[in-house]
Structure formats: structure tokens, C-alpha cells
Write a protein that binds this ligand. Structure first.
Ligand code: IFM
Length: 401
């Protein structure tokens, strides 16, 4: 059966500033890489200077939308100093997208912070909210007439988990108490930013959300299934739904932005259970070791129906070893999305992660998620074959299920 996507469906891919732009030397990640001797992002894809070329590629791949983030640390490199030059850069970026008939979906915070902000105590301090709001106001002043879609925070719980519990990302803290404090401030910053953005649009439409990382939590079927099941339920409730429940209740979501990649097997352990990576799970994995589970996208989308909100898949993708792996991932996940659409989910967009190969945080450049391959020695770009298949789907605006 052929499933047609809505005529106004947003088709595109996602990128983020620190991962692609290059040379973001005022960011907390820049200092972190040095401190931890990680592979540095360095010039990355040099997207900062090559954005026009990259948007032409997106255009040639049929995109009518692109999700990108602004680098807060470029716009506010020092405390109290706002850079008109960098604001102008992002105006140029958005105008170029508009010229190419690509709808910009703007992320305001995608894991990175200005270094000065972290030195001031970052998200642990109540003042963080004021600093963030001031940045949001400055951005709105120049971009509100050019953009309608806003993602205020990307994957807040992933950021909190890696930065404040595991301590493998900046600020490198391992404390549940700090994690809760930072989360509380981030959620407050979210709600106030939502109000500021909404108010500035007055009667004009604006669509505001977060990009929420969602996982399917499957109880490990080996030993203690009953207990594992309880922990899988708990993890799903807290990780997947707690924030969404909270923001939906406060009417602070205009749509649901969902990042979906994989499932996790769960086994019982204090306090919230733990991920089971034992060899007995023979299910499909990608090269990073993520369990690929296309059916999970359908399951999650169906569970979102109860919110009665439009849904946009703001990220979905995988690194691949060959074109077949990329192709299979894309087609099976789009199949799941189409099935959910057919069963009443108000799906409005799909964004592949990512347009180009890029810097994957603590994993460096090892994993290639791009529709477009990048040779990091000379920045040349080469379209991967599966991107052509994606383009055909976009042109047909339909998939066979
Ligand atoms: O690269 C990341 C991105 O920054 C956030 N979502 C998941 C992607 C793949 O790990």
C-alpha cells in the first residue's frame, strides 16, 4: 500500500553548529577536548565558511527544510559582549536557506555553551536562565521575521546524563544532585524562552519545541524477565516521557520534536536499572553498537498520539559501513513513520541526521552519519548513493508499506 505524506511535509536533514562549523574556540567543548585530550573538532567540515555550498547540496538532494543550530558562544563570546558580526552570519545563513526554498528549523542550544558561561557556574546557577534568555532575545530580534520553527534545547536529558552524571562531557560532573539542579534550570529556561518567542510573534505563527531523544526500552529476556520489565518501564517513563508530560501539561509545546536512533535492552539494577549489552543479544547493531530497531519508531510515534500534537522526527540516522546499511536504515524507518502516519499520527516532518559527516562529540570523527561524505583533509564533499534514494522518496512524497 502506498502512503502519501502531507503536501506541506518537511523533508530534510539536521546539523549542529559545533559538530560542523569548525573553529568554535569560545565554546566549552573546545576547552574540554584539550583538557581530556580528545580528538578535537578543529575545522570540522568548515561548514561555517562553506554553508552556501552545503545548502546547495541540500537543495540538490530535494530538501525543503533543514534543521541547524546557532552557536551561542559565537554570538556571545564573552560575558555581556554580543557579536553583531556573528548575528549577521546567521542572518546570511537563514537568508541563503530561504533563497534556496529551504525552511530553517533553528535549534538554540545543541549541547554547547560559551566557555565564560560555564566558568560562571553554567546551568548549576539560577543566573544561567537570565544569560540564556538574553541570548534568545538577541537572536529573535534579528531572526524572528525569517524563521517560524524553533527548537529551544536539543536532547536535554542526553546533555544532563553525559555532562552531570557520567561526567564524560563538559562540565564533567558526576553528581545526581547537580544533574537535577541543572535540569531544573534548563527546564525553566525552556519555559521562559517559549514565552519570549511566542510573545515576539504576536499573531504570526511560530512552532516551538524541544528535540527529545527517545529510545525503546526492551526488558532483557534472559534471567529475571519480570524485574527487568519493571526497570524497562521505569526508564521509558522517566527518560522518554517525563519532560514531555511536564511541558505538554504546561502547554509549552507546539509540536513534538523526536530524535530516534535505537533501542536499549534493560536489566534490573539499583536505582533505575541498567543497559544490558551482554553477548546474548544477537539483534542488529550498527558500528557504534546501537541496537537498530525500526519498529521502535512506529511504537514511539503511536505512543505520542495521546498528546494530540503534531510530531516532527527531528533526527534519525546511523553511521554505515556501506550504502546498503544506510539504505536499509532509511527505508525501514520511513516505513515505520509512514505506518504511524497511516494510523493517525499527525506527522509533519522527517530529518535525517546528518546532512554531512561530522564531529560525533567524544567519539571524534570515527562515525559517518552523512547523506554527504566529507574528506576532512581537504573538505571535499561527495553525495552518498543512498542520499539519491532519499531524494526520490522526497520527490514522490510517499512510501510503499
Ligand atoms: O550527533 C548526535 C547529535 O548531536 C544529537 N543526537 C544524536 C546524534 C548522533 O549521536
Amino acid at each position: 500500500m502506498k502512503i502519501h505524506f502531507p503536501a506541506s511535509f518537511l523533508w530534510g536533514s539536521s546539523i549542529s553548529s559545533y559538530q560542523l562549523e569548525g573553529d568554535n574556540c569560545f565554546s566549552d567543548w573546545f576547552l574540554w577536548e584539550k583538557k581530556k585530550r580528545l580528538e578535537p573538532a578543529g575545522a570540522s567540515t568548515d561548514h561555517y565558511r562553506r554553508f552556501r555550498e552545503d545548502f546547495s547540496l541540500a537543495n540538490s538532494l530535494g530538501h525543503n527544510a533543514l534543521r541547524l543550530s546557532l552557536e551561542w558562544s559565537r554570538i556571545v563570546p564573552q560575558k555581556g559582549i554580543f557579536s553583531d558580526e556573528q548575528l549577521k552570519h546567521y542572518i546570511d545563513v537563514v537568508e541563503d536557506l530561504r533563497i534556496k526554498k529551504i525552511e530553517p528549523v533553528i535549534t538554540l542550544h545543541h549541547f554547547t555553551n560559551p566557555a565564560w558561561f560555564v566558568q560562571e557556574g553554567g546551568w548549576l546557577k539560577p543566573l544561567s536562565i537570565d544569560y540564556f534568555l538574553e541570548y534568545v532575545r538577541r537572536v529573535l530580534a534579528v531572526l524572528k521575521d525569517k524563521c517560524s520553527y524553533w527548537i529551544i534545547f536539543n536532547e536535554p536529558l542526553v546533555y544532563i546524563y553525559n555532562g552531570f552524571i557520567r561526567g564524560i562531557w563538559p562540565p564533567g560532573i558526576k553528581s545526581a544532585k547537580s544533574a537535577l539542579t541543572a535540569l531544573k534550570n534548563i527546564l525553566k529556561a525552556y519555559s521562559l524562552s517559549y514565552e519570549v518567542i511566542k510573545a515576539s510573534y504576536k499573531d504570526k505563527p511560530s512552532y516551538i519545541s524541544i528535540a527529545k531523544h527517545m529510545r525503546v526500552f526492551t526488558p532483557c529476556g534472559y534471567f529475571n524477565y519480570g524485574q527487568n520489565n519493571i526497570f524497562a518501564f521505569l526508564r521509558s517513563k522517566l527518560f522518554n516521557f517525563r519532560i514531555i508530560d511536564n511541558l505538554a501539561e504546561k502547554r509549552r509545546l507546539d509540536f513534538l520534536g523526536i530524535n530516534y536512533y535505537c533501542r536499549e535492552f534493560v536489566k534490573a539494577a539499583p536505582f533505575l536499572g541498567k543497559e544490558c549489552r551482554d553477548a546474548h543479544h544477537r539483534d542488529d547493531k550498527n558500528e557504534i553498537g546501537w541496537f537498530i530497531y525500526p519498529q521502535g519508531l512506529y511504537n514511539i510515534l503511536m505512543r505520542l498520539k495521546k498528546y494530540n500534537l503534531p510530531v516532527i522526527i527531528t533526527e534519525n540516522g546511523t553511521p554505515g559501513l556501506n550504502n546498503e546499511q544506510y539504505h536499509d536504515f532509511l527505508s525501514t524507518h520511513l516505513n515505520s513513520a509512514a505506518k504511524a502516519l497511516n494510523e493517525g499520527v499527525d506527522l509533519r516532518g522527517y530529518f535525517w541526521w546528518s546532512l554531512l559527516d561530522n564531529f560525533e562529540w567524544d567519539q571524534g570523527f570515527a562515525h559517518k552519519f552523512g547523506l554527504v561524505e566529507v574528506d576532512f583533509s581537504n573538505f571535499t564533499r561527495k553525495v552518498r548513493p543512498f542520499a539519491g534514494e532519499y531524494k526520490k522518496i522526497i520527490e514522490q512524497n510517499s512510501v510503499e508499506i
